[in-house]
Design a protein around this ligand. Structure first.
Ligand code: FES
Ligand SMILES: [Fe+2]
Length: 409
């Protein structure tokens, strides 16, 4: 490994396999001063609604109390550590652990302990037992435009500052009116979570790995568009838009690239019938919010994707699809149909999980090398084209600054 290589362009493969690195990420990133996406407000609209999810690999619950306030707490009983909430979503004002029935309110305060004073004056807890000392660890919670984030470190900056002024207009573009959740997909992938963080910042692969993208004009590197980075390089945004079939396909035809399948047709091409609905058009508008969120609009299908690390060699992806409350039937149908682009078996997304697994599998037998990330130069800034790995370099530069790694990495 060339330790003198620029930090952003040579990524030691051990960063994807080392258990010590994984533990450090849980501490520095997922428990550090960073806002992690955990839910959409539309998933828990009413008092008493809750959603079980994860902060890094720690199980948590996001709740809405009687007054409509949001809370989040660690889903690990203060008695002997069992999961308190065993459902993914629902509505309740009390969370009771099934093991010995300790009970918590929506803020995670301990409100019930069976046999606390014993039976017939015998057993039970000591008189000094104070329920206030045995609540569930609570997390900071903040909301922007119906996106809910949690953070374990109360010193974190405000969510608005964290997202920053380069990123918020693109969130506003999709979340400017009332949304409705249309459904979910979840998938477990046998690779390190950072390989997916790379994948969603990687426009290079998008039109080379994905035959469907290129052949049917959903995404081509030759489209109009570009990439944007926030001031600290931790969040990024990619937009592509159509400039005309002939211009877009010329370079693929000339180079004989396998992903452009001339003459390939769908028997039923309803899935390709997209409708323009945004003032700023995009076939793909893909936003990466460090560390675990992707917000994506692909034609008329829209989703958030939460990346959940599950150990050095596994991550889970949770896709939450949404539309707008005022969708007409045609648009709603288009969103549902086009959701087949993505998810575990999606015409496009299936290949992303597989590509990250291909890397993880290759690393298992020997991982002294490093990846090479110099497409589009060595810079990390915004750019006006899609033939660049600049967003990956920005991610790694920021990741390294957060992780405070020694020279070996
Ligand atoms: S582990 Fe939850 S009540 Fe005992
Ligand atoms: Fe992809």
């Amino acid at each position: 490994m060339d330790t003198l290589a620029p930090a952003a362009t040579r990524i030691p493969y051990r960063l994807f396999t080392d258990p010590g690195i994984y533990r450090r990420e849980q501490e520095k990133i997922f428990s550090g001063p960073f806002w992690n996406f955990v839910a959409l407000a539309a998933e828990l609209p009413k008092p008493g609604d809750f959603k079980a999810t994860f902060l890094g690999d720690t199980p948590i619950v996001v709740t809405r109390d009687r007054a409509g306030e949001l809370h989040a707490f660690v889903n690990r009983c203060a008695h002997r550590g069992a999961l308190v909430c065993r459902e993914m979503r629902g509505n309740r004002m009390a969370y009771q652990c099934v093991y010995h029935q300790w009970t918590y309110d929506p803020a995670g305060n301990l409100v019930g302990v069976p046999f606390r004073k014993g039976i017939n004056g015998k057993g039970g807890y000591d008189a000094t037992f104070d329920p206030a000392e045995h609540g569930l660890p609570s997390l900071a919670v903040a909301e922007y435009r119906g996106l809910i984030f949690a953070c374990a470190d109360p010193s974190v900056e405000s969510l608005l500052e964290y997202l920053g002024e380069v990123m918020t207009p693109w969130i506003d573009r999709l979340f400017g009116k009332e949304i409705v959740v249309l459904g979910y997909t979840r998938q477990e992938v046998g690779a390190n979570w950072k390989l997916y963080a790379e994948n969603v910042r990687d426009p290079y692969h998008a039109s080379l790995l994905h035959l469907f993208h290129t052949t049917f004009g959903i995404y081509r590197s030759s489209m109009g568009g570009g990439i944007l980075q926030d001031a600290r390089g931790r969040h990024s945004f990619l937009r592509s838009f159509k400039i005309g079939e002939a211009l877009e396909t010329k370079d693929y035809k000339d180079a004989g690239l396998r992903t452009y399948q001339q003459g390939c047709k769908l028997n039923d091409d309803a899935i390709l019938a997209a409708r323009d609905e945004f003032a700023i058009p995009a076939t793909n508008a893909i936003q990466q919010i460090f560390p675990n969120l992707l917000i994506a609009q692909i034609q008329n299908t829209m989703m958030v994707r939460q990346i959940v690390p599950k150990g050095p060699g596994t991550y889970e992806l949770i896709f939450t699809y949404f539309g707008y409350a005022d969708d007409d039937d045609d648009l709603r149908q288009k969103r549902t149909l086009q959701s087949n682009f993505v998810g575990p078996a999606g015409y496009i997304s299936l290949e992303d999980g597989y590509a990250t697994e291909l890397i993880q599998q290759a690393l298992a037998s020997g991982n002294d090398g490093a990846s090479y990330i110099e497409l589009g130069g060595t810079g990390t800034g915004s750019d006006d084209n899609l033939v660049s790995e600049g967003m990956l370099r920005a991610f790694w530069t920021y990741y390294r600054s957060v992780m405070d790694l020694d020279d070996a990495f």
